[in-house]
Design a protein around this ligand. Structure first.
Ligand code: SF4
Length: 169
């Protein structure tokens, strides 16, 4: 059993409280005989395209607004033994979390998984870009680039610029 939470401007401020509610209402009271939560996961995603383009655009929340609440929600859920996801199809870029490095998947994102998503100018030197799916083009139109938070390389003694897969806006 899982919950899918579409994050919009209208609910972004409530993510932390929502995760606490989920734990109280659905995790704590319902565990199997081994004590594991029956609620297996909560998946957070950006909105997918709506029939009304302007409504979709208005719903996209800047990552600076998403980051604190989404990070708190993931901590709350994971602390309760529930898988908290923010990546994958329709999901967020890695820097939507406060610790983008910790969220980086083991496998790099393939071109097929990336689909039509793009990267901003700020993504060029981001150390986790190969593991990040980028954002929909409409994100930049709705929110600009200010919310992107590129991750610094761990060391400046590497072999030059990191690989920059995917399409830049
Ligand atoms: S700065 Fe760009 S590449 Fe880096 S995590 Fe954010 S969206 Fe992904």
């Amino acid at each position: 059993m899982g919950i899918h939470c579409v994050v919009e401007r209208s609910n972004v401020a409530a993510l932390s409280a929502h995760a606490a509610f989920v734990v109280e209402r659905f995790v704590t009271p319902y565990r199997d005989v081994a004590g594991a939560p029956r609620l297996r996961r909560v998946v957070y995603s950006l909105p997918t395209r709506y029939a009304e383009e302007e409504r979709y655009r208005r719903g996209l929340a800047p990552l600076d607004l998403v980051r604190p609440g989404l990070s708190a929600a993931l901590r709350t859920l994971r602390g309760a033994g529930v898988e908290g996801r923010m990546l994958g199809m329709g999901g967020f870029p890695l820097c939507a979390a406060e610790d983008a490095r910790a969220e980086r998947p083991k496998q790099d994102v393939s071109a097929a998984e990336r689909g039509e998503r793009v990267y901003g100018r700020a993504c060029g030197d981001c150390a986790v870009r190969p593991g990040c799916g980028g954002v929909p083009t409409a994100y930049f139109e709705a929110c600009g680039e200010g919310g992107l938070r590129p991750v610094q390389a761990a060391s400046t003694t590497g072999q030059g610029a990191p690989a920059a897969p995917g399409r830049a806006l």
